[in-house]
Design a protein around this ligand. Structure first.
Ligand SMILES: NC(=O)c1ccc[n+]([C@@H]2O[C@H](COP(=O)([O-])OP(=O)(O)OC[C@H]3O[C@@H](n4cnc5c(N)ncnc54)[C@H](OP(=O)(O)O)[C@@H]3O)[C@@H](O)[C@H]2O)c1
Length: 294
């Protein structure tokens, strides 16, 4: 498995399994299959409600704990210094892990940025105490990152963002690159473009003729082409599937290379249309919900 070196020297497997919308009763089998198939990186979140099952699959696996990179996220309802420290305790207890490899803030809370800063300071404390190996953010835009960097000490190791050919967020990617923040793609195969909530422009990027043409040329699937597109541009990718054959397909991406022309053809698919929530509009009133105790 190809790895990426984070800005504090920690090595992270470039490709991991995402478990957003993986129901708790399917999570154990998905994570078990992934570990069996060679995955060594799992991306979950307090808000996904399946940390218990991720932890169980890891414990039951023959793969040693130290070979598995576990990433989880603090939800906005747990922002604030003490609240975020407790958020770590909840996640670690559900995962039944003593340390977490990468702990990130799931969203900025732009209307209450002080709470976001306090939450990040708690991550810095957890890092200093050795409870997490790296810290980062998710869905942070340039303005949020600028304010965060001004107010805190540790540069985030990772910014996890919606990144697929239809929505590439190049300004944020460039800012991250310039500051040593690794870009990690959520919906790397464009899941958000075909989820029911996408709206009137819903159209799977996996079915885009430019993608299927490149896939045919390489004898690979559209999903594999999109994962290569991310990996070859230095990003981490965390595709989600609950199906063993797709979990296998999604990691089978290290035996071919897209040409510069193919990368450019995929870059040209940008629509400017965000699928996920508008980061500036995330508020506790609209998105807050209690994360249960372990
Ligand atoms: N930080 C955030 O705000 C945020 C937001 C969204 C996601 N994420 C993270 O990013 C991960 C991935 O994003 P995502 O789940 O939105 O989307 P994704 O990984 O791009 O796509 C997942 C969708 O594609 C299907 N699929 C998987 N492999 C496939 C293949 N080889 N061919 C065709 N279809 C395939 C899956 O269905 P099946 O399961 O039925 O195979 C699922 O419907 C999440 O699981 C989560 O860990 C983070």
């Amino acid at each position: 498995m190809q790895t990426l070196t984070l800005n504090n020297g920690v090595e992270m497997p470039a490709l991991g399994l995402g478990v957003f919308q993986t129901p708790p009763d399917e999570t154990r089998a998905a994570v078990t299959a992934a570990l069996d198939l060679g995955y060594r990186h799992i991306d979950t979140a307090a808000a996904y409600g399946n940390e218990h099952e991720v932890g169980r699959a890891i414990r039951e696996s023959a793969v040693p704990r130290e070979e598995i990179f576990v990433e989880t996220k603090i939800w906005i309802s747990d922002y604030g210094y003490d609240e975020t420290l407790h958020g770590f305790d909840k996640s670690a207890a559900k995962l039944r892990l003593e340390h977490i490899d990468l702990l990130i803030l799931h969203q900025a809370l732009p209307s209450e940025f002080d709470r976001t800063i306090a939450a990040y300071r708690a991550l810095e404390k957890l890092l200093a105490d050795g409870k997490v190996r790296a810290i980062g953010v998710s869905n942070f835009m340039v303005d949020h990152l600028t304010k965060l960097l001004d107010a805190t000490t540790v540069v985030p190791a990772v910014n996890q963002l919606e990144i697929h050919p239809y929505f590439q967020q190049r300004a944020v990617l460039d800012f991250d690159d310039a500051h040593g923040i690794l870009n990690q793609a959520w919906s790397p195969i464009g899941g958000i473009t075909f989820y029911p909530g996408y709206g009137e422009h819903r159209r799977s990027v996996l079915e885009d003729p430019a993608v299927t043409r490149i896939a045919e040329a390489h004898g690979k699937s559209p999903a594999q082409v999109l994962l290569r597109w991310g990996l070859q541009q230095g990003r981490s990718v965390i595709p989600k599937s609950t199906k063993r054959h797709r979990i296998a397909e999604n990691i089978d991406v290290f035996d071919f290379e897209l040409t510069a022309g193919e990368l450019a053809a995929l870059d040209a698919l940008e629509t400017g249309r965000r699928g996920g929530p508008e980061p500036e509009a995330v508020t506790l009133a609209d998105f807050g919900r209690a994360i249960p105790e372990a």
